[in-house]
Structure formats: structure tokens, C-alpha cells
Design a protein around this ligand. Structure first.
Ligand code: GLA
Length: 731
């Protein structure tokens, strides 16, 4: 059991393979203090780390209670009575009282991990993990708050969530319920976050932590292109492979706040949860509110250590379904090939080329329904446009199936076009503020997915379409941020619940889809990578990483994405050239190498390729078949970063048994060098011998790791090479 309670010391100890987390019950009143989180230690009597004497525990010095409240490292801070740092829980009573402070009531420790009702979350059985359920209370309010901590047996991750139970006997309002808090001393940290915009998502930012509040957030209704629900504190000296890193990632797909506050005496408070702005949840007596989960990862092995924990946790304890451990089909998506200008004939032409090349699936993107011949109409009218697709989907899919191709379909269920039959019949289904014209984006409005009748209306239409043919894959898109967030179906005092209810509605719909079509492979997407978050990974094993399909920009996008999310979760395609995003021309081979580590496919008109390009596809598919598994299941290492050096990029993946390693190298900007670049590898078995596909030489893992591999000198820009190291018997 990695979780224990020590009665004498009044300490909870959570151990993962390389980390320890200690919680202490402080003073006679039972405050829940945070003692320690860091490298694994055997000790449990470390309460001195909370500096109880310096903070003057109230039983000894009640006159200094405020400085105690404001100084004690705390597990889950309330507000209004003295902890003046960022709070995690704000409660308002019918009288308008706004105060709360929690103390220990009781606890349970059990194997496995409870499900979070209606929410995505990591999962695990009794032999995977142990949960500490800590019941705290506000004695004045009579309120119960359950803090959940799940420690994993083989991973340095602790998953936290919070449930607020209204045991006060009166209705209350929750104006803030964050999901995790970590108080600690500053250790010369840098703050690591991911920022971006449309077509350039998840750019890595690393900067020195300063005084005051800093962090990440979204108020767009989605986790967003602009900021990720991820932040990490890395020691300033931490590198890819050395140093301490503390990370938080929010398993949620809506508004969020991730914040670090450096306050007096250089104490840090790191918090994460649903953004309190525009949030207010009414909790009737007897009701409970479940806040989403935050994943805490600790690494004493640098940034790679953090990344490996996230990847393994998400691959084995978040992603679900039949494709969790299976190769995803190679596919061709018609978006950049045709946009809205297609018909059955054109799709079959592409399909024929795809089948001949050995591609496994065709995904039909936007434009197959209603009267949608551009992006200005028909969202909400999920009926096949038989002018484009005579004989419906069935004829198209049956014909593709007979060619040996599987079929996938694009949908955007959360949206409605003002020019649609749905909107004409039910204008009230769109989010809108009475008296104000709702703001359009891409000529579309957002449906009020918090309402069951709206969900049913859209879902029933989509269910019918998906049942009409052999649809094995769905790409679920969401192409705008939320505005005009008011529901005509909610009481005025409940409008603060709407952002979260919207997200719950999306989760309910995706769960329904997976339940009704259990063999379906779901891909999430939001104008590219606007909803790349762990919440979405619970429903879809991969997510479209960006609308930017230029291979060179993708290097940066995929590097940022892979900092947290498994390579196999990134949708990545060989796309049309010149790039539709930035006009850049890159070789077909390079586009293949850049897409290879992700969930691989093509996004171009296969009928217009040159014979040379066409001839390369079977080889690329063979690489995906051969090396896809090592990228999908192995350990990922960043060897060189084009974002940093502006010249070249190299990543590697090593199979878990360490017998196969693949290096994906791209020379972005060529320049004369008197000598080759040498990269030191990582993750090999020092004692095994490996043959390098580039040079044919055999050396020990130690040799390749500590001596390095020379990268081939390539003559030109945007060139790439796949270098494979396979274990051989020693010669
Ligand atoms: C979004 C997606 C694209 C494509 C279009 C269709 O932008 O990211 O891949 O599906 O919508 O409208």
C-alpha cells in the first residue's frame, strides 16, 4: 500500500516509486497542513517542515491566529478568515456570509480509485493505485469537503480531486472550487507553461518564477489554443534529464486557472482548477459538487522524467477503449484535398488511390450534410446531402469498404449555423443573452449543450447518420470559443453554472456516443488543437494537434504537445504543399517523417501527387507499421529542439524492452559545418549492443548514449532522416 496513516505523528504518507507526499494534522483543532512533496524519503515525522512554531499554532498563541492561517502550508485553503493567499474554496451562505476554513474529520484509505461521476479522470484498480479520502469540515458551516489523493504504484503521479457536500442544512453557493493546491518553499524555480494561438498551439515557455501571481488560464469555454491546463515548476538548473520538476495538469476541457503565487518569505502556492471567474454553483442542502481532477507529477529526473510519467499515466490509466493499445489506422482525410468541393465520385477517386497505396481509412471531413458548401451554413442539420452523395452515406461507405478502405466521418455537434433548419426551428437552442445579438464566429453560434433536449436533438440526428453506414471513426470538431454564455433554460441565479454545465454536456454526449458505438475510434478536434487536454483524451485516444499542417511549424507544435501528451495522442498528417497555412514547400519525405511519431495519415489530394510522391507512400506506411509501435508505446526523448537552436530537430523513442530505438531527425536550416552534429542518445540499455541504420556500426548502448550518434550531413533545407538502432548480439 503506497498510502499510510501514522496515528502517533498524525501524518499521512503517500509514496510513489520516487516521490513522497506528506500531510499532517496540525494542532488540537486539526488543521490540514502540507508537510512535504518531493524525492522519496523513508521518514514520516517531518512535521517540522511546516514550521509550526514559527507560525505560532493557535493553541499556544491564539492572539496570532491570523499569522498562523496566513503562513501554514495548507492542503486545501478556504477563505475569509485569515489565509490571505490564493484560496481554493469560497462558500457563500444565504445570509451572504463568505468564509470557510477546513479541519480534519476522518479518512479512509482503500485500493483503487473511485470514478468521478460525469467527469473524465484517470482510472486504476487496487493493484495499480491506492486512494486516500480525507474528509474535512468547516465546523461553523457544518460543510463537508472530501479531498481525494490517489497514488500510483509504478508511476510518480498523485491524482487529486475534491468533492464538496452540502451538509449545512441550507442552500449555499460555491463561488470557487479549485481542485489542487501545493504550498512549498521556492527552490529557485522556473515556470514551465504552454502557450500559443490558432495554428501554433503549445509553444513551450520557460521563465524564472517571480514575485506575485503568474500562471495560465482560459475563459474561452474550452481549454484553448492559447493556454494549456498545464504548468510545472522546474528547478532553474533542471535539464531534460536532471533536476526536480513539479507539474500539474487538469483533466478538464473548459475554463481553467493554473496559478503560482510567490508571496512573502518566498513561499509558493501552486493551485489549479475550474476558473472562478463566471463560476458560481448553487448547492441545495444534501447536494454535492464534484470538482475535476488534477494530476500531480513529481520528477527528480528532469523534464524527461515528468514527460514519461504523464505519457505512461495517460496511455495506461486515462485513454480507454478498443484502440487504447492498438495501432490506429493510417488514413486520408479529404479536408485539405477538397474542402467543401467534393462528391461521391471525387471521394471514390481519392479512395481508389488510397487503397492502392495501402492506406487503411478515408475520413470524410466537413461539408457532407445539409446545404453546407462553405462554412456559412447547415451546422445542426445532420442529414446527408444527397446532391453531393447520391445514395447517401451507405453507397459511399459500401463502395469504399469494397475497395478495402474503412470509413470515418466529421461532425461538429456543439454548433449551429444561423442559416440552418435547426436554428430556424429552435433559435432558443443557441447560447444567447436576451436583448443582445449573439456574437458569430465562423458564421456559427454555440448550442446550449447544457440542455438535455438540445443534446438529444443533435445526438439523435447524428446517431441516425452513423447507423446508416459502416462508420468506424468519428472526428468531433468544435470551431469557436464560447460567448454570450446565458441559457434560456436556467434560472438567473444559476447562470454561473453554465460554463461547467456545458462541459458536462459535452462529456455526456461523448460518453453516449462511445456507449452506443463501442468499436468507434473517436478523434477530438477544436479548430485544430484548441481542445488538446487530458479531459478529451478520456474519450478519444488521439486529438487533432493543429490546423497547421506545415511540417516545419509542426516540429514546434508537436514538441510542445509531447512535453505532456503521448506521441500517439497527436493527430499528424502528411499534408498538401505548398502548405495551406504558411505557403512553405517541404519534401514529401520530410512531411512523412514529421507525421510518423503521431497518429499518422494524409491530408491532401492523392489523385494529384507526382508519381515520385505516390511511390513514397507504401514506404511511409511500412515505417508506420514497423516503427509506429515504438512511438506509440515506448519512451520519448527530446534530443534536439528546433524551437531552441533554430536549425535542427531530433527526437527519439525507445521501446520499453530497450531493443529498438528510432531517431526522427529534421535538418530545418542547412548551413555549412566543418563537422557533423553529434547527439547523445538516451534510454538505451548500456549493456546491449545496437546496430545503427545510418552507419551500419554496432556499439554498446553506453557507447551510443555517452559518445553519441553523428547526424547525417544533409545538403539542403527541410531534409530529414529516420535513424534506427536495433539490438544485436555482441560481435
Ligand atoms: C477545423 C478542423 C479542420 C477541419 C475544419 C472543417 O478547422 O481543425 O481539420 O475539420 O474544421 O471545417
Amino acid at each position: 500500500m503506497p498510502v499510510s496513516y501514522y496515528e502517533k505523528e498524525r501524518v499521512f504518507k503517500l509514496d510513489t516509486p520516487h516521490s513522497t507526499y506528506l500531510i499532517g494534522i496540525v494542532d488540537v483543532e486539526g488543521f490540514l497542513g502540507h508537510i512535504y512533496y518531493g524525492r522519496r524519503i523513508p521518514d514520516r515525522d517531518m512535521g517540522y517542515l511546516m514550521r509550526p512554531r514559527e507560525h505560532r499554532v493557535p493553541s499556544e498563541k491564539n492572539r496570532e491566529r491570523l499569522s498562523f492561517y496566513d503562513g501554514l502550508p495548507t492542503e486545501y485553503p478556504g477563505h475569509g478568515i485569515g489565509d490571505l493567499r490564493e484560496s481554493c474554496l469560497c462558500v457563500e451562505t444565504p445570509e451572504g456570509y463568505r468564509a470557510c476554513g477546513l479541519t480534519y474529520r476522518d479518512h479512509k484509505i482503500y485500493g483503487g480509485k473511485p470514478k468521478l461521476e460525469g467527469l473524465p479522470a484517470t482510472y486504476g484498480e487496487a493493484d495499480d493505485c491506492t486512494t486516500l479520502e480525507l474528509a474535512a469540515e468547516d465546523k461553523v458551516l457544518g460543510l463537508t469537503v472530501r479531498l481525494y489523493y490517489t497514488a500510483f504504484e509504478t508511476l510518480d503521479a498523485i491524482c487529486r480531486s475534491v468533492r464538496v457536500e452540502n451538509t449545512t442544512g441550507k442552500p449555499i453557493k460555491l463561488t470557487r472550487v479549485l481542485s489542487a493546491c501545493l504550498d512549498m518553499d521556492n527552490q529557485n524555480f522556473d515556470l514551465l507553461t504552454l502557450h500559443g494561438n490558432w495554428a501554433l498551439e503549445r509553444m513551450i515557455s520557460r521563465k524564472k518564477l517571480g514575485w506575485g501571481k503568474q500562471g495560465v488560464s482560459s475563459l474561452r469555454g474550452i481549454s484553448s489554443h492559447q493556454e494549456q491546463p498545464f504548468m510545472a515548476l522546474a528547478e532553474h538548473s533542471a535539464t531534460q534529464s536532471q533536476g526536480q520538476v513539479y507539474a500539474m495538469n487538469f483533466v478538464y476541457s473548459g475554463n481553467f486557472l493554473g496559478q503560482v503565487e510567490m508571496n512573502q518569505q518566498e513561499s509558493l502556492r501552486m493551485v489549479m482548477g475550474i476558473h472562478p471567474t463566471d463560476f458560481c454553483w448553487n448547492l441545495a442542502a444534501g447536494e454535492a459538487f464534484q470538482a475535476p481532477e488534477v494530476v500531480l507529477v513529481y520528477s527528480s529526473a528532469g523534464i524527461d522524467g515528468m514527460t514519461h510519467t504523464f505519457h505512461d499515466l495517460y496511455r495506461n490509466h486515462l485513454i480507454r477503449g478498443p484502440y487504447q493499445n492498438r495501432a490506429r489506422p493510417s488514413l486520408v482525410n479529404n479536408w485539405e484535398a477538397t474542402y467543401f468541393q467534393f462528391d461521391t465520385q471525387k471521394l471514390l477517386d481519392i479512395g481508389r488511390e488510397a487503397a492502392a497505396a495501402g492506406i487503411e481509412m478515408l475520413v470524410l471531413d466537413d461539408g457532407w450534410f445539409g446545404k453546407r458548401n462553405s462554412d456559412n451554413s447547415s451546422l445542426g442539420d445532420w442529414v446527408v446531402n444527397e446532391e453531393k452523395l447520391p445514395g447517401g452515406l451507405k453507397y459511399l461507405v459500401d463502395t469504399l469498404n469494397s475497395m478495402g478502405l474503412r470509413f470515418g466521418l466529421w461532425i461538429e455537434p456543439e454548433m449551429v449555423s444561423p442559416d440552418s433548419d435547426l436554428y430556424r426551428a429552435h433559435p432558443d437552442y443557441a447560447l444567447q443573452i436576451p436583448g443582445r445579438e449573439p456574437t458569430q464566429s465562423r458564421e456559427q453560434l454555440v448550442l446550449d449543450i447544457s440542455r438535455k433536449e438540445v443534446r438529444d436533438c443533435v445526438y439523435d440526428q447524428i446517431h441516425k447518420v452513423l447507423s446508416s453506414a459502416n462508420v468506424e471513426y468519428v472526428k468531433w470538431d468544435m470551431n469557436r470559443a464560447l460567448t454570450d454564455v446565458y441559457s434560456l433554460a436556467l434560472a438567473p441565479e444559476a447562470q454561473g453554472e453554465l460554463y461547467h454545465r456545458f462541459v458536462l454536456g459535452v462529456y455526456e454526449l461523448q460518453e453516449r456516443l462511445l456507449r452506443d458505438f463501442p468499436n468507434l475510434l473517436l478523434e477530438n478536434c477544436s479548430s485544430g488543437g484548441g481542445r488538446f487536454d487530458p479531459g478529451m483524451l478520456y474519450y478519444s485516444p488521439h486529438i487533432w494537434a493543429s490546423d497547421n499542417t506545415d511540417a516545419i511549424d509542426r516540429l514546434k507544435i508537436q514538441e510542445g504537445t509531447a512535453l505532456v501528451y503521448p506521441l500517439s495522442s497527436m493527430g499528424a498528417h502528411v499534408a498538401a504543399c505548398p502548405s495551406h497555412t504558411n505557403g512553405r514547400v517541404t519534401p514529401f519525405e520530410t512531411r512523412g517523417h514529421v507525421a510518423l511519431p503521431g497518429c499518422f495519415g494524409y491530408e491532401l489530394d492523392l489523385t494529384r501527387l507526382t508519381p515520385e510522391e505516390k511511390a513514397m507512400i507504401p514506404g511511409q506506411l511500412e515505417d508506420y507499421r514497423k516503427y509506429g509501435p515504438v512511438f506509440r508505446t515506448g519512451d520519448y526523448y527530446r534530443l534536439a529542439s528546433y524551437s531552441e537552436n533554430h536549425e535542427y530537430d531530433a527526437l527519439m523513442a525507445v521501446s520499453k524492452d530497450k531493443r529498438l530505438a528510432v531517431i526522427d531527425y529534421v535538418q530545418v536550416m542547412s548551413r555549412y559545418r566543418g563537422k557533423s552534429i553529434r547527439v547523445r542518445l538516451n534510454g538505451l540499455d548500456e549493456n546491449l549492443y545496437y546496430r545503427c541504420s545510418e552507419t551500419g556500426e554496432v556499439h554498446s548502448g553506453a557507447g551510443w548514449m555517452f559518445g553519441g550518434v553523428p547526424l547525417p550531413k544533409l545538403n539542403g533545407d527541410f531534409l530529414s532522416r529516420l535513424i534506427v538502432l536495433e539490438a544485436v548480439e555482441a560481435e
